[in-house]
Ligand binder design. Sequence first.
Ligand code: DMJ
Length: 564
Amino acid sequence: MENYHIITLPSGDDRSRKSLRRTWNQLPRCQRNLIILGIMALCLMILLYLPGDQIIRDADGQTKPEFVEKKVTTLNDQLNEAIQHPLRLGGVSISEHLRKIQPLLAKEQHFHGASNERQSAVVAAFKHSWAGYKKYAWGHDNLKPVSQTSHEWFGLGLSIVDSLDTMYIMGLDEEFKEARDWVEKSLKFNTNRTVTLFETTIRVLGGLLSAYHLSGDKMFLVKSAELGNRLLPAFLSPTGIPFSHVNLTALSAYSPPDIATSEVTTIQLEFHDLSRSTNVSIYERMASGVNEKLHSLDKTHGLVPIFINSSTGTFRNNATISLGACGDSYYEYLLKQWIQTGRKDNDDLILDYMQAIDGVLTQLMRRTPREHWVYIGELINGKDFKPKMDHLTCYLPGTLLLGHQNGMPDSHLILAKDLMDTCYQTYTRHPTHLAPEITYFATTDKEEQDMYVKPNDAHNLLRPEFIESLYYFYALTGNRTYQDMGWLIFQAFETHAKVEAGYTSLGNVKNTQDTRMLDLMETFWMSETLKYFYLLFSDNRKEIDLEQWVFNSEGHPLPFYPTA
Ligand code: DMJ
């Protein structure tokens, strides 16, 4: 007779197996369930504590499946590979790689040239600028139009690369062709200069990619990929906040202790696009890592301090909060990346953007005491309100309207309209009809005027931000009043900034008799200001369709990704 209470493991023979089954069957159901549960728990524990590479533990004890760790290794390998071989993609030459993958996105776009007098006037302004640049600064970064000489910054022919898409959109075929040929033959990245990640990304990478998408010419994509590879050392920083400076020849990177927050957070549209266009994921993955890092940092009502440290991965303590210099395009790229990548619900990007605009409304927005002009001030030390607004902040109305068009709340639209009025006033209040770099606002009615400009802030660098906003307002509403506002400003540039060899920055917008020419034509004059004027004056407000294209921070249109 077998003892059915005994459940020790039987020997291997058939009889003992039968006896075990019988013993099992004779156990009460609850006892059997308990044993099954116990065995399951034991298996789970073995799995969890198994050493080696099957399951990996985080520092916080969370388990991660094996492929996550493998991906990390692959990411580093990919990064090192790209850095060590900047002229290659996926183990072959860039051209060969692109031949193999047949990029999906580039489709030659067709533009028909100026369709009215205002657009023709802008084209004439562009041609005048280009002629001066060609004559006195060809191949150099900037034209100095007063002294009729050149200025070098990165040694990358910045004015040429930054203007490519403007020429293409304006239908300036001859100029586009000479610029294109210069890029093919003379644009070299191994010039042993240190460049900034931000400026090189928005002006050069953005300019090349945009030219590629508009013209369908793969040469621009080959150049973009090489530049993308050469910029990758910026991501060797240990904290997820990239280094701000890169030597494109030594393939090394570094940052000063504090770098502008906007600089390291205004690179993603271009890096995402480069990945999509080359079918190589490394660029997109590195740039997305910046989003994740920024998302994880503590903010003040969604607002970020304007300085960050790439060694510690933290914001500078008590840094100013501003929607102007060093902060501006952080907010712009939250919205635009979300649009570029298919507007997914609950995306961290859009949550961060909405929270930030709430922060703008509650912490930074004020009205002047008499005229009730709405403006966006700053928080000095992250807390003390200062009624100062940079012209740079005048990009915000356009971005807010773009966001509203894409589902953001009406409070964004109201702020956009109010701020448009104020930005326009910063032009029309001055006898030159040009805006200064910085405007201050009254906080009490004891101050003489509602807005005023300090002597050192009265310069105008031919900046585009307000023209950009006018363009969005016209393109998205069809209201031609915005064209008239732009026309007034365009004529002001014609009157005060035009010189024999181009257009110059000015030192003083407060006096028509003493504008003090500063002798620099910034590259964004041709890449942004004139492009936005041209599109603003178009009879076809969808000349660039904002349902399909997103402008990078330097005014270069990039296509949306096809959504699944
Ligand atoms: C441009 O280079 C870009 O628009 C940048 O994001 C901000 N500053 C200038 C134009 O003012």
